[in-house]
Design a binder for this molecule. Structure first.
Ligand SMILES: *Cc1c(COP(=O)(O)O)cnc(C)c1O
Length: 358
């Protein structure tokens, strides 16, 4: 039996995608072997790789002057790859806006590789809002943001206005969930395991003129240029993760693409936030205008009650809804693959739980 899985990541994938992978697992397209067994230099794999990149370009409307790279190491490895690729040397300047745990980690990592300035932070209010007037410098190479804050449930609804340089964004937990204008960014990147595929592949979309040698100390494997010149086949890619991404992208295209899924995502998030806002039992502590479409944290205000909620939700087929340890309470991650019915089932359960425990 399948459950409604509200995990923040790795998270749900569409059933159709899983079933397609299952069907082809042992003998992919009659080639007599699994995608997990074949050479990354084979014709079969090459078609998967090429289609995955082409679908990303198509669905995200990636302009010609951008490169789509498929790399390894998760989103976290880009925390160091970004300053190593974009800054000329250890004196290179970048501004960071810290809106959550992942942005903070990126900021700390970047400090090893440049003149890094903390332009704003929302840590004073446990990251429940997006800072509005960051103290940006006028000679920075880039400004860094985390566009959707997976743990705290906030997101940028409008991108910051820059004083200099380019915008770099971590979109790990909102890639393909809403329409993004790639032209507004120099670099955007995402780990796969929230909204694209099983963990393994990391997508880096970077404007071509920004791909260079980076800092002299930049390791070959962290250099975007290495993978750009090799079509993301410099070394063995995470073939199966890329294959699953390709299937999921095909699925998204069939649904009508990002603008269509965005409407569904907005509908799902509205259902849940409206219910929470109209309840005297549950609260979402995030600044209303900065609410995430993907990650919805909520609490009852009583730790024991929250624990009871998580336990009983699990018994009712609503899994992995426990909040991150930094926030506590509950968090419903409602990525692209979470059906509307899943959100409705959660709301029905929340109603019943409230009645039984108020
Ligand atoms: C999950 C997540 C990360 C970390 O991703 P890894 O692939 O595990 O390194 C970074 N940023 C955001 C916004 C995330 O949601």
């Amino acid at each position: 039996m399948r459950v409604y899985n509200f995990s923040a990541g790795p998270s749900m994938l569409p059933l159709e995608v899983l079933e397609q992978a299952q069907k082809d697992f042992v003998d992919y397209c009659g080639c007599g072997m699994s995608v997990t067994e074949m050479s990354h230099r084979s014709k079969f794999y090459d078609e998967i790789h090429t289609e995955c990149i082409a679908l990303l370009k198509e669905l995200m409307n990636v302009p010609e002057n951008y490169e789509v790279l498929l790399v390894q190491g998760g989103a976290s490895t880009q925390f160091e790859a970004i300053p190593l690729n974009l800054l000329p040397d250890l004196n290179g300047k970048a501004d960071y806006i810290v809106t959550g745990n992942f942005a903070k980690k990126a900021y700390k990592e970047a400090k090893k590789f440049g003149d890094i300035h903390l332009a704003a932070s929302s840590e004073d209010k446990t990251f429940t809002y997006i800072p509005k007037n960051p103290d940006l410098r006028d000679d920075s190479v880039y400004t860094y943001i985390c566009q959707n804050n997976t743990i705290f449930g906030t997101r940028y609804t409008t991108l910051p206005t820059l004083k200099s340089g380019i915008l770099v964004a971590d979109v790990s937990s909102n890639i393909l969930s809403e329409v993004m204008d790639v032209n507004k960014y120099g670099v955007l990147y995402a780990g796969a395991q929230k909204n694209v595929a099983p963990a393994g592949v990391t997508i880096v979309i970077v404007r071509k003129d920004l791909i260079g040698d980076g800092q002299a100390i930049c390791p070959t494997m962290l250099k975007w240029k290495t993978q750009a010149e090799a079509g993301s086949l410099y070394n063995t890619p995470p073939c199966f993760s890329i294959y699953m991404a390709m299937l999921n992208l095909r699925h998204l295209k069939k649904l009508g693409g990002v603008s269509e899924i965005q409407k569904i995502n907005e509908y799902k998030a509205d259902l849940l936030y409206d219910f929470i806002d109209n309840s005297s039992f549950y609260t979402n502590n995030v600044n209303k205008e900065d609410r995430s479409l993907m990650n919805v944290p909520f609490v009852t205000g009583d730790k024991d009650m929250d624990a009871k909620f998580v336990k009983e939700a699990g018994e009712n087929g609503l899994l992995s809804i426990k909040g991150h340890k930094l926030v506590g309470g509950m968090r419903a991650s409602i990525y692209n693959a979470m059906p509307v019915e899943g959100v409705k089932a959660l709301i029905e359960f929340m109603k019943k739980f409230e009645l039984a425990n108020k």
